[in-house]
Ligand binder design. Structure first.
Ligand code: SF4
Length: 185
């Protein structure tokens, strides 16, 4: 299920995204010579699923696209698993300005915890000449996810009463729902 949005629904989310974008921009600027990420590289763009709040943001962005572009996206949605994200068009994101939170961190150092073990991960093409990174250059994924979860729970309570706020929606499902609801193609 994908909720319809009013701008007020997203005030907190937008402020959060702005802060994340600023942090990512600072890392990218401070380590510009160590970061190989560039427009046209889409290796991080795997097919993901999203919380209802981000599914609604993506759906709203898709609804703004031309029918031809939606048709193009519809042709890709039989992909699944780790296949490329169906929103990739010629290695560029079709909804770049509205891309989900995790997409904004692509390639940058992420602190992740698995089975009680913390480690930092980033694109193998980045930081090849860097032996260590300060904490100020590392994005704490747990912190991002906690904040997103809180924003999503509030959004779901207000916009999707009775629905499971943790139920994730794949990008392909979002594309299908937009095409079905808007009769765009
Ligand atoms: S939404 Fe855009 S940035 Fe995110 S994985 Fe898909 S194509 Fe890449």
């Amino acid at each position: 299920m994908t909720a319809k949005l009013s701008p007020a629904d997203l005030t907190g989310y937008r402020a959060f995204i702005d802060r994340v974008d600023q942090f990512c921009h600072t890392i990218s600027s401070d380590y510009a010579s160590e970061i190989a990420c560039k427009a046209g590289c889409s290796r991080c763009c795997l097919h993901i699923s999203l919380f209802p709040i981000e599914a609604a943001v993506v759906a709203a962005a898709l609804a703004e696209l031309h029918g031809e572009t939606l048709q193009l996206l519809a042709d890709r949605i039989d992909r699944s698993g780790d296949d490329p994200c169906p929103l990739l068009v010629d290695d560029h994101c079709a909804i770049y300005q509205s891309r989900p939170l995790i997409c904004r961190t692509h390639g940058l150092p992420l602190l992740i915890e698995s089975d009680g073990v913390k480690r930092v991960t980033f694109c193998e093409d980045n930081f090849q000449g860097t032996a260590t990174l300060p904490g100020s250059a590392v994005i704490n994924l747990e912190t991002l996810n906690s904040t997103l979860t809180a924003l999503n729970c509030r959004f779901a309570a207000e916009n999707l009463p009775g629905a499971d706020p943790s139920a994730r929606v794949t990008i392909a499902e979002i594309i299908k729902s937009v095409i079905a609801s808007e009769d765009k193609i």
